[in-house]
Write a protein that binds this ligand. Sequence first.
Ligand code: NAD
Ligand code: UFG
Length: 339
Amino acid sequence: MKNHKILITGGAGYIGSHTVIKLLELGFSIVILDNFSNSTYRIIKKIKEITNKNFEIIKGDITDRRILKNIFKKYKIKSVIHFAGLKSVNESDKFPLSYYENNVIGSINLIKEMELANIKNLVFSSSATVYGNQNNHLYKEDAPLSPINTYGRTKLIIEEILRSICNIDPEWRAIIFRYFNPIGAHESGLIGDNPINCPNNLLPFICQVAIGKRKKLFVFGDDYPTSDGTGKRDYIHVEDLANAHALSINYFEKTNNSFSVFNLGTGKSFSVLEVIKAFEEATSIKIPYQIVKRRDGDVCESLADPSKAKLELGWEAKFDLKRMCIDSWRWQSINPKGI
Ligand code: NAD
Ligand code: UFG
């Protein structure tokens, strides 16, 4: 494993930092490239504290080809796990050019420099958002793709670029992970979802209500055609995602498929009210909430069929919603202001 050096773009971010820990624990050698636009250097110290291992960290941007070129010249990278990207759905429709530049151009630069350095193993962080809003909410990987926001379109474009490259060059191994709704935190409570600005997602909001930073949670709509009228999602523990990335490195070695897509979800969906209840039960903290109108761009339900990842990758989610709430809350209560 020590000989297998992995470049992790966005490795200081939420999912990236949990994956770095997992890979270091497995003995891989790691180089992180992050511009810290949505993370902080303090995360690096926490990763070192948890693992007691050394790794390389480079502050830089994936849109800068010189930095990528230098990294591939300096280190004998065998595989790349590509987390770096902007991820706010809301913001993406306000600043589409920034999203296309950062996510799409950044990924093209990365892939081009990988080609020049003859590195052809890439794991890409895609999203359930590429499925859009369809009548059948249980998504298999071959479901039609029709993202309804700019963020989702950037993910689909990058998927398609990788598909084209794999079509013409069978030496490429591209693994596309479509994450459903990542929540939870490392069990140490030392790292977790650490949004630099206002959070975008449900669990960070719930945690901020629990810690007293916000008075109540706004529940976006109770008139969806679901059991209690609130939106349903397939929440997945970030540690389960980290495990999938660790398995992906073995998969490079064993698969003949040049281009592979996997849903990463539990196969169970929960409504917003069910998540609030699960959080209250797991933490014994009451979460006051108010129903408000639907949030623009929200889908009614999103649910993974994760059977392909089980069959081909040997991966399945281990952690349930209660554990996700407990771990999210441990992280928030130890770090009330984030890190
Ligand atoms: P994050 O924002 O916590 O991490 C992304 C990291 O990439 C950050 O550390 C940021 O500083 C860095 N970064 C951003 N642009 C960069 C650039 N141009 N050059 C170098 N570094 C850059 O996000 P996350 O939740 O860890 O998500 C990781 C990936 O997974 C993203 O691509 C995201 O779109 C995708 N994803 C996330 C979710 C989710 O809900 N968290 C769901 C589906 C997909
Ligand atoms: N919600 C509330 N109140 C809040 C925040 C969220 O009611 O304060 C609701 C939403 O309306 C939705 C559910 O909680 O029904 C989940 O919302 P999130 O914002 O946590 O997650 P989304 O499904 O909207 O989007 C997330 C990521 C995207 C990713 C997508 C699919 O933000 O980046 O999951 O992976 F693309």
